[in-house]
Design a binder for this molecule. Structure first.
Ligand code: KIV
Length: 286
């Protein structure tokens, strides 16, 4: 608790009528949440308008994920998105956010196999978007990059299990670490990332029993997506949980809305109103 008091910054939410005092979420706040057993909520966002709603609703962490490559740009994988495009999305999100911690994915090809390039990529994200942290995929093989980024004072979130940037190695998006060897490697990788100083680790699409084991074995929060309930927090891709994307329906996805149908119906009504000359009416003109 002492650490929270020391590091928390109190932000007045100017937009709210009541003078609500928010505690800015920092990596130290997340650590304290793990210690208290308070679950961490995390969603993706890629633009100003959605990020503003998420922040006002009280989300703890916003991930500017490279899933923007899929849901914003329509690519089949996360591989094509560039560092410049990630910085554009992250800057848009940062203009909207007062309270949430904002984490940005380092895109494919900007950190693997070259820790100097990893540091330069992370510095560009922090400098040009003002984000709070970066996320990178992988374990032992990217440890040097993790350590180099951390040495510059940039908080790093790890990402293990199904790592979509490695889809061409895996071949499919099926559940990872179901065999003993891969499960052991994942557990070791999680310990390495935690010991290196990552402030949290995303666990994607792995058996819930393994996720629970990892969560107990590391001192930093684990954030699951398709990793069951025994983790420190949950993350979903915003467009999936809102039902904007329809074709993606894995077991772990809970849909909270059917925005595809809502938007479709609103647009269809607008088209009808324009065609029938109902819009604009007398009161909707000058
Ligand atoms: O890019 C992304 O949206 C992610 C989440 C699935 C964790 O990495």
């Amino acid at each position: 608790m002492k650490r929270i008091t020391k590091f928390a910054v109190h932000f007045k939410c100017r937009k709210m009528k009541e003078s609500h005092i928010f505690t800015k979420v920092t990596t130290h706040v997340l650590q304290a949440m793990k210690q208290k057993g308070e679950k961490i909520s995390m969603l993706t966002a890629y633009d100003y308008s959605y990020a503003r709603i998420l922040d006002r609703a009280g989300i703890d962490v916003i991930l500017v994920g490279d899933s923007a490559s899929n849901v914003m740009a329509g690519h089949k994988t996360t591989l094509p998105i560039t560092l410049d495009q990630m910085i554009y999305h992250a800057s848009s999100v940062m203009r909207a956010v007062s309270r949430a911690l904002v984490v940005v994915d380092l895109p494919f090809g900007t950190y693997q196999g070259n820790s100097k390039e990893a540091l330069n990529s992370a510095i560009r994200i922090m400098k040009e978007s003002s984000a709070n942290a970066v996320k990178i995929e992988g374990g032992r093989e990217i440890l040097e990059s993790v350590e180099r980024i951390l040495s510059a004072g940039i908080p790093v979130m790890g990402h293990l299990g199904l790592t979509p940037q490695s889809i061409n190695k895996f071949g499919t998006y099926v559940v990872r670490a179901t065999d003993t060897q891969e499960a052991h490697k994942l557990l070791d990788d999680a310990k390495l990332l935690s010991q290196a100083g990552c402030f949290a680790i995303v666990l994607e699409k792995i058996p819930s029993k393994l996720a629970s084991q990892v969560t107990k074995a590391v001192t930093v929060p684990t954030i699951g997506i398709g990793a069951g309930a025994n983790v420190d927090g949950q993350v979903l891709v915003l467009h999936d949980m809102l039902g904007i994307t329809q074709e993606f329906s894995p077991r772990f996805l809970r849909r909270y809305h059917n925005m595809d149908a809502e938007i479709f119906n609103a647009v269809a009504r607008y088209i009808d109103d324009v065609k029938s000359r109902d819009f604009p009416n007398e009161t909707e003109q000058y």
